[in-house]
Design a protein around this ligand. Structure first.
Ligand SMILES: CC(C)=CCC/C(C)=C/CC/C(C)=C/COP(=O)(O)O
Length: 297
């Protein structure tokens, strides 16, 4: 499997392929090439760099993406070390000190490469002509079931219809949780700015501008948080509890099948939604606070 190649955001964007990474480029952001695309031509590294890169192609590419000043410094120390050892490759101390960050970035790059590859393979409902394209309408129904608008309208309606203080308390807190989820997901999306998979067709209804970004999946955070909320506050029979959990998993899975998200967007989204519920519990609006806020007797 080819290793992903960290490139400057501008060049990847122009090829319409996306990814994310912490990176140490001038913009602090890397994007990763699609595995199925031919990487753009880049100037060949100078011969001394090739010598230092050895036979490991990943290390070679990482070295080639270094800043020119670091390459020059590396080149000088490399020449010294190879000449003193009669041609045997001996890394200078400076490079040894950078070994750990390199291992982490290679591990992260590999994880993201697997993520892109797996997500592309699993995007079987991304369009009608795809291998499971006939299931796309069903997946879009699942999408609607996890969308913010039906949940907000449903919670507001139940709050309005509820005739007990306990019911109103739960519904108001659910509303608060849904708004909190939209805000937190919006912030993370705006900070990370990972683009949606190239095979995604952007035909979702009612989206915010941050929803052009894919990390994390808002549907996944909402599904995990709402599932925990329902399980904690509704008295449900065992089969229904299983159904609620299954629904959350299916909503998450449908995001990848529809091609809306990469696997890591959904995995992180489910985890984030699960943790968000803890925050909702911590911020729980009590009846006393509710009396002040909505004037309950
Ligand atoms: C009242 C109000 C402002 C409601 C906004 C609800 C809304 C438009 C939510 C966006 C839901 C959405 C499309 C999230 C994107 O989910 P991903 O799973 O694709 O990240």
């Amino acid at each position: 499997m080819p290793s992903p190649k960290p490139v400057r955001a501008g060049s990847a964007r122009s090829s319409g392929v996306s990814g994310v990474g912490g990176g140490s480029g001038s913009s602090g952001r890397y994007e990763f090439m699609s595995l199925t695309r031919t990487p753009p031509l880049s100037p060949s590294p100078p011969p001394h760099l090739l010598q230092r890169q050895g036979s490991d192609p990943t290390t070679a590419r990482l070295r080639a993406s270094e800043s020119p000043s670091r390459r020059r410094r590396g080149s000088a120390s490399s020449n010294a070390s190879t000449s003193s050892t009669g041609g045997a490759l001996q890394l200078p101390e400076e490079d040894c000190m950078h070994l750990n960050p390199s291992i982490i970035s290679v591990a992260l790059s590999s994880l993201l490469a697997v993520d892109l590859w797996l997500s592309k393979r699993l995007g079987v409902c991304a369009y009608e002509e795809a291998s499971w394209g006939s299931a796309r309408p069903l997946m879009k129904l699942v999408e609607v079931s996890g969308h913010g608008i039906p949940w907000l309208i449903g919670a507001a309606y139940c709050l309005y219809k509820s005739d007990s203080a306990a019911g109103q308390e739960v519904m108001l807190n659910l509303l608060m949780a849904l708004v909190l989820d939209l805000v937190l997901v919006g912030i993370v999306k705006a900070v990370v700015r990972r683009r949606r998979p190239a095979h995604n067709r952007m035909d979702m209804f009612a989206t915010f501008s941050v929803d052009r970004y894919s990390f994390p999946s808002g549907h996944a955070t909402r599904a995990a948080m709402c599932a925990r909320f329902l399980l904690a506050h509704l008295v449900l029979a065992a089969p229904l509890r299983v159904l609620v959990m299954l629904w959350a998993v299916i909503v998450g899975l449908s995001r990848v099948l529809l091609g809306r998200h990469n696997v890591t967007d959904v995995a992180f989204g489910l985890l984030m939604g699960y943790c968000q519920y803890n925050l909702v519990e911590a911020l729980w609006l009590s009846p006393a606070m509710l009396q002040n806020m909505v004037g309950l007797e």
